[in-house]
Design a protein around this ligand. Sequence first.
Ligand SMILES: Nc1nc2c(ncn2[C@@H]2O[C@H](COP(=O)(O)OP(=O)(O)OP(=O)(O)O)[C@@H](O)[C@H]2O)c(=O)[nH]1
Ligand SMILES: [Mg+2]
Length: 288
Amino acid sequence: MTIQWFPGHMTKARRQIQDKLKLIDAVIELIDARLPLSSRNPMIDDILQGKPRLIIMNKADLADPEVTREWLAYFKDQGHQALPVDASTGTGVKEIPNQIKLLLKEKIEKQLAKGMNPRAMRVLIVGIPNVGKSTLINRLAGRNIAATGDRPGVTKGQQWIKVAGGEMELLDTPGILWPKFEDQNVGYRLAVTGAIREEILNVEDIAFFAVKYLSKYYWQPMSERFDLKHQPEDFENPDEIVTVMEEIGRKRGCIMSGGRVDLEKASKVFLRELRAGKMGRYSMESPY
Ligand SMILES: Nc1nc2c(ncn2[C@@H]2O[C@H](COP(=O)(O)OP(=O)(O)OP(=O)(O)O)[C@@H](O)[C@H]2O)c(=O)[nH]1
Ligand SMILES: [Mg+2]
């Protein structure tokens, strides 16, 4: 993921999706279940121009299931259909064609009433980089079509992929959207989950952000993992958060000559373990 979102790129990405909208019946908007706000495009409603849309909370296997349930209720309240999915193993994927059918119920019924045979539902997958678009396409297709970890934003000739026994057709190239980055916290959340390259932000800052968040909301799994003794009392006090980071560093042997904790190393170790799921499932945004 090396894409830089300059205004020109955004306009191009937007135009590419809007060109494709003419060809399709419905959109699958992929978001990261751990970050349902930060992993969404800020202009998505505007870009999709009222196309029927299914929201898929992907990587649900990594998210806190309780928070995911809250989000599902939230989206329902907003009048959106949403579905938790783990595209990497396929959990929830079978439900997708049914959900799309529900979205297009009226259209399909009209075709039937006219004595027409409903044609395959044509669907476009959209989402920000690294959210799992290629993985989902491959999962739905039951074979490897889209390269995962592929370079985003490269459009080739358009192809339809038949899925769900021919009931549904997917465009083989997903629509790439940009996240909202005016808000620095959005950048940190995306970096914590590994959705954007670490090099863009300072690794100690990313780890600080994560340790602060986990100290507040997921202290138990984090303290168990690193055998931490003292939960911060004031989460807004940076010294208390850095103290936790130092304790983590000591537990992992990240010590410099002179006995001081190597915070950069500690940060890298911590983030690696977090992303590998060693502290269990977590969500970084909740709707309420
Ligand atoms: N744990 C978990 N990992 C997933 C899931 N879906 C995708 N991944 C992983 O997330 C990473 C990115 O997946 P891709 O399918 O390449 O994402 P993409 O949206 O196509 O990314 P770009 O092509 O860069 O825009 C890969 O390492 C996948 O294995 C999921 O549901 N759960
Ligand atoms: Mg891809």
